[in-house]
Design a protein around this ligand. Structure first.
Ligand code: S3P
Length: 170
């Protein structure tokens, strides 16, 4: 039987990378990150791409990377937080995988990202307002996922257990 991909979507700081890494250890699946693939393809950091080429250029590259990773089989795809904004990306991910939305409140997200500076969309004078605003605008896009996983006040182990149980019973 063909192994489905495990696609992780969610807002910046929702824990996609940490959960993806742990899931890779638990399942033996390889993990790919759309952000890392974009950085590798472009030869520069995401903040640099946003600054010099603009967000729409970044989204075009992201779309080609999502299409490429969606054609893989039995991998964990750690998606950048804005991947859900394009319905074609969601359709591509679902074609070969299960899409998990890792949800978190703005407060949880703020606490996770406040000490980091590499995310251009949150590198603003009031990140908490930016998180609330963006999350509000994106909520309905994230909810296009197959399954919603709540991550507030939960350990990575606990979240991974929920995801592996779902995959095993699929
Ligand atoms: C973005 C999220 C980032 C990265 C880029 C844009 C977004 O990925 O793709 O900065 O629009 O939410 P992470 O969610 O991995 O931080």
């Amino acid at each position: 039987m063909k192994k489905k991909n495990i696609c992780l979507v969610g807002f910046m700081g929702a824990g996609k990378s940490r959960i993806g890494q742990r899931l890779a250890q638990l399942t033996g699946y390889s993990i790919v990150s759309t952000d890392s693939m974009i950085i590798e393809k472009e030869g520069r950091e995401i903040a640099d791409i946003f600054k010099n080429r603009g967000e729409s250029y970044f989204r075009q590259i992201e779309k080609t990377i999502v299409a490429k990773t969606s054609r893989m089989q039995g991998v964990i795809i750690d998606c950048g937080g804005g991947v859900v904004l394009d319905p074609i990306n969601i359709a591509n991910l679902k074609a070969n995988g299960i899409v998990f939305y890792l949800s978190a409140t703005p407060e949880t997200i703020y606490n996770r990202v406040k000490s980091e500076s590499h995310r251009p969309l949150l590198n603003v004078s009031n990140p908490m307002d930016a998180i609330r605003d963006l999350l509000d605008k994106r909520q309905s896009f994230y909810e296009q996922a197959n399954i919603i996983i709540h991550t507030d006040d939960r350990t990575v182990e606990d979240i991974c257990l929920e995801i592996t149980n779902i995959i095993q019973n699929d």
